[in-house]
Design a protein around this ligand. Sequence first.
Ligand code: MD5
Ligand code: FE
Length: 203
Amino acid sequence: HVLTLDTGLIALPGLALPYAADLAQAVQELVHSAPWRHMQVPSGHRMSAAQSSCGDLGWISDEHGYRYSPTDPQSGLAWPAMPVVFKDLLARIAQESGQGPFQPDTCLINYYDEQAHMSLHQDRNERDLQHPIVSVSLGREALFLWGGAKRSDPVRTLRLRDGDVLVWWGPSRMNFHGVRRLEGPAHPLWGSGRVNLTFRKAG
Ligand code: MD5
Ligand code: FE
């Protein structure tokens, strides 16, 4: 079922659950080619969430800032192709949400362990901010922070569970958001961690 959480934000609870085993295998294969890494941010710190990417572009960060790159700076090679199960899941999300078809050229894969979080931020490195963003949560539950268009706007907390899908567009696309911490029991496939797949058209 589809829950409308705000103008430009819908949730599809558990929609990715039937894909769990195939997604886990696909992520394991992806990180064989483009291993998890803790990227450096311009302040010099490293992110606590580990990341990888697939598709034509990948999101990267270093001492110069945030951007998308057609190659993995760690290998100098193109990012791995988007796995078939990612595309199948996106087609299902498009069908269920009515917001597709999505034309992502990148999927950022975030890995959170017990210590990881993501501070409040906006996603603004994409060339055209009109395209929707699709987020798929896998593994342990997370307390997701969801604010408004200004950093100072009130922040709500949303519990993201295994298999939950969110689609953001229009007025919600530029909202400040973050991940406070993981909660709840370990997961049979992902152990004490959480993975988030974020599909975007960035180029
Ligand atoms: C996560 N990742 O759970 C989140 C899911 C990131 C990131 O935030 O940048 O890697 S994406 C959540 C999202 C996307 C676009 C807009 C909004 C939230 N929002 O307006 O709240 O790892
Ligand atoms: Fe974000």
